[in-house]
Design a protein around this ligand. Sequence first.
Ligand SMILES: *Cc1c(COP(=O)(O)O)cnc(C)c1O
Length: 400
Amino acid sequence: MNTIYLDNAATTAVSPEVLQAMLPYFTEHYGNPSSVHATGRDARKAIEAARRQVAAAIGADPAEIYFTAGGSESDNWAIKGAAFMNRRKGNHIITTAIEHHAVLHTCGWLEKQGFEVTYLPVDAEGRVTPEQVEAAITDKTILITIMAANNEIGTLEPIAEIGKIAKAHKILFHTDAVQAVGAIPLDVKAMNIDMLSMSAHKFHGPKGIGVLYIRKGVRIDTLIHGGAQERGQRAGTENLAGIVGLGKAIEIATTDLPAKAARLSALRDRLIDGILERVPDVRVNGPREGRLPNNANVSVRYIEGESMLLRLDLAGIAASSGSACTSGSLDPSHVLLAIGLPHEVAHGSLRMTLGSETTEAEIDRVLEVLPGIISDLRSMSVLNKDTSTVTDEVFYHGKK
Ligand SMILES: *Cc1c(COP(=O)(O)O)cnc(C)c1O
């Protein structure tokens, strides 16, 4: 039985074309790109070709693309680098309560170094407004860092509008676009983005390779010190095969993006609508419009997300109960709490994220299996209409 893999927000399969593009760079073309001999020069050429592929995908210049070891490093570098470079100008950073931990924990560490961070609250669907961002700006603000798309509930943030505000106030704007690259169109110039993080393994590339886009003229401190790689800004012998894989993966992911996004959105809606039709007492987390094409997130009343996961796993379906980073811990997701869900409801959440290989038949299989699992678990649950502290009003937040 093939696994139905619906955890593409956690990581994706490396696509066959990406793997094929990478293989020669482990064997034939293994040179160090800093070497002057022909083997080294071949490696250098491959890296610069990948840099052009990335730049083309987000409307940047190749000279604005820096390879890193992934999304977490890119977030750390952008935020710490901007904070320390600008600390004479000010010490205030604006972000949101629903960022990935790579952003939140970096901001938390900076608070210990004397920086001040505003964590903007979000509405019931996970959105911040440009007005909130503008109102939080002080004469000490040096950085705004707000994600393009949320990894748990799929909410798309108004990045272009926030970019406009940041530009008008001459404040650096970084966006964690790890979930957005390859899912929605991105143009760093049109959106006034100064720095953007991405990670190959979220768009069918390999793990351990990412990019930080840094707009020309923006200067941030170095995070990884050492050799002169990446124009002296990020030391370490380049992850050659990884970089080649990232380049190929982003090229594939952004080719015919609107058609691919439309296909996934239709499957996503088939999944969400199918669950709502077949299972009573389910709420959708995140907006119906303005959400990632591949993200479905629901809370199922009276039962635990973890128990649904285990039962789905037995049925050959891979899903998630929130973010992979928080599952295994008993704390409910900070994102679900930030949209106002009580702990009990947050614990009953299930995230299913589609990928380029997901088929309609797989979605239909999930719709066949999931209602039975839920009614089974409900029959065994200690929570029910009489014991639950959560009312209809709380559960549905005014919408059904
Ligand atoms: C996965 C993810 C990251 C971390 O990227 P890694 O490459 O796994 O370090 C950061 N932000 C978001 C929104 C993510 O989904």
